[in-house]
Write a protein that binds this ligand. Structure first.
Ligand code: WTA
Length: 576
């Protein structure tokens, strides 16, 4: 990435609290004052996100503004969300849902998805979220590994669950938010019907702060996606970062564009914003510059949290933002992939405000490194650690490196309050994140002389395409299910718009004729099995894959080949 403004900092508003001072005085123990614990010391994140406000003078404040793709609007106050989530918790309780059960949400962006999520937390069960773009393989991986007991979905998406239900022995019931006539009738529950009769009173589960609240499956280099598990009290870091990084204040209208299937949609689309008692906009439609600008203008959005690919799409679009009244905007943030300096500057020049980059991961559960509102932005840098969080750059042995040297971006785990508590049923994987007292993020970065962190790249083979995290192994294993494929190696290929695109190198079975039509068929095959976003936009046929002597695909070599770079150390490589 060409960091054109590397040494030029961008001064922003200075009428905010002194964050350097906050940094020195910060303690997680003191910060806990932001949370409400029950008198016996127990806790519930959903109580903190909704009920505490519904029981205060914020009860009639709008919590959720929902706008569908057709422009229909619905809104819910905190009191209404309390009632709805209580009802849903009762629906689950009547199905025998207990603390620790896994309940998964597979819905498009609609209010039900938020009601379901918080209702699950109220019962003490663990909420799992999934993108509505997921197809059978992706669904199977998640529902089977987690042993999900109930899935909340709609009749359209249910058809995908229907096909795999026979292989999911733990899945007892499916809740349909709309009606549908299916042969599995006796195992289906009507959301509408149950919600009408359910009581609006519910005794929220009193939990230990470390009890599990939600889980998200995320991709690494090897194997199938892993279940990253977060606890109820992780909410604390979500609230604090929403307050100090996203800068949300009582009167703000906040729009986080992330889907709930992604960690950003859970932490900053639900927990942080409502934990702070803020008003959140949810858009039910797909991305288009016109629709997005209209959402900002119509709802008078003031704080906007989005992602670099979307920013680049807006930048590249012929739609002129000046045609819309975007003057309500006062603070812009970005997450998920490197934010190019051009993106920061486009915000400043076009919207009058720079984008503030934020760095974090599914595993860290909240923003860890960021550009504070009061800080000078160095465009292209991710910023500095959040108060309380200790970040460093370390070598392969977990030894800290001096400024300006590339290494592993690492965090002191005890300083990241919302750090994952477990990898579901995979202690070995969980332990593999830690080295010499550091949590190793999997990213490569360096720190400059002013303590700003700069992203260099992934240390592993994880692909980030349009901000979505995709594991090459998932795509490779789907590809080899295709009857013409013998082997496949998958990499992220740099792309100006999407950050990276998925590229597959495919070895065909003997006798199969390569053709462009076959390439397209393979892309569609993966799309149909895995997910709408996790398919190879480029397929190349190749005679042989580079492999280590032990048979592991050397994606690094495929990538170097793609980029026309030297292939580096090949001593562990099988003859190639
Ligand atoms: C990447 C997203 C550069 C990084 C909340 C990280 C970023 C992975 C940034 C986590 C950023 C996230 N600059 N890269 N500001 N933010 N990333 O789990 O590689 O979907 O490890 O969580 O996204 O992706 P995840």
């Amino acid at each position: 990435m060409d960091i054109i403004h590397k040494n030029k900092s961008l001064s922003v508003r200075s009428n905010l609290p002194d964050y350097e001072k906050t940094y020195q005085e910060f303690s997680w123990e003191k910060a806990k004052a932001e949370l409400i614990f029950f008198p016996d010391g127990t806790f519930n994140a959903a109580y903190n996100a909704i009920d505490r406000h519904a029981e205060s003078d914020k009860k009639d404040k709008t919590a959720l503004i929902y706008e569908s793709d057709k422009g229909e609007k619905e809104s819910y106050t905190f009191a209404q969300l309390k009632e709805q989530t209580n009802k849903f918790a009762n629906v689950l309780a009547s199905q025998g849902v207990e603390k620790g059960d896994r309940i998964f949400i597979f819905l498009p962006p609609t209010p039900e998805r938020y009601i379901a999520f918080l209702g699950i937390l109220k019962t003490g069960a663990i909420a799992g979220t999934m993108f509505s773009a997921f197809q059978e393989t992706a669904l199977m991986d998640r529902l089977a590994d987690s042993g999900a007991k109930i899935v909340v979905t709609n009749s359209e998406l249910f058809s995908r669950i229907q096909k795999i239900w026979k292989d999911l022995p733990d899945l007892q019931k499916v809740i349909l938010v709309d009606e549908g006539d299916f042969p599995e009738k006796e195992k289906l529950i009507s959301y509408q019907q149950e919600m009408t009769t359910a009581s609006a009173d519910f005794n929220v589960a009193h939990l230990k702060p470390d009890d599990f609240a939600y889980m998200l499956y995320t991709s690494g280099t090897t194997g199938k996606p892993k279940g990253v598990v977060h606890a109820h009290a992780d909410l604390l870091q979500a609230i604090l970062t929403t307050k100090y990084v996203l800068d949300v204040k009582d009167q703000d209208i906040y729009w986080c564009t992330a889907d709930i299937g992604w960690v950003t949609g859970v932490v900053y689309g639900v927990l942080g914003i409502w934990g702070l008692g803020g008003t959140s906009v949810v858009f039910g439609g797909r991305f288009s510059p016109e629709a997005w600008y209209k959402i900002i203008a119509d709802n008078k959005v003031t704080v906007w949290y989005t992602a670099p690919t979307a920013i680049r799409m807006l930048m590249g679009s012929p739609v002129d933002p000046k045609q819309y009244d975007l003057s309500s905007l006062r603070h812009l943030c970005s997450v998920g992939e490197p934010l190019n300096p051009e993106g920061v500057m486009w915000g400043k020049e076009t919207l009058g405000l720079p984008f503030h980059d934020t760095w974090w991961q599914t595993e860290t559960g909240s923003i860890c490194i960021t550009n504070y509102p009061s800080m000078d932005i160095k465009p292209g840098s991710m910023g500095k650690p959040f108060p309380g969080v200790v970040a460093g750059i370390v070598d392969d042995n977990g030894q800290e490196l001096p400024a300006k040297q590339d290494g592993h971006l690492a965090l002191k785990p005890e300083t990241v309050y919302s750090l994952m508590k477990q990898i579901w049923k995979n202690e070995e994987k969980y332990k593999s994140y830690f080295n010499n007292g550091w949590y190793i993020s999997g990213d490569q970065a360096f720190k400059d002389e002013d303590g700003y962190f700069w992203f260099v790249g992934r240390a592993d083979d994880v692909i980030k395409t349009s901000g979505e995290r995709v594991g090459p192994f998932e795509v490779e294993s789907t590809l080899i299910e295709h009857p013409s494929v013998l082997e496949a190696g998958v990499i992220g290929k740099p792309d100006e718009l999407r950050g990276e695109i998925i590229k597959a190198f495919v070895v065909l079975k003997q006798g199969v004729e390569p053709s462009d039509a076959l390439k397209e068929e393979m892309a569609a095959f993966v799309k149909g099995k895995l997910a709408g976003h996790a398919y190879p936009r480029e397929v190349e046929f190749i005679d042989k894959l580079p492999k280590t002597r032990s048979g592991k695909i050397m994606r690094r070599i495929l990538k170097a080949r793609e980029m026309g770079q030297p292939i580096g150390d090949t001593s562990t490589l099988e003859e190639y």
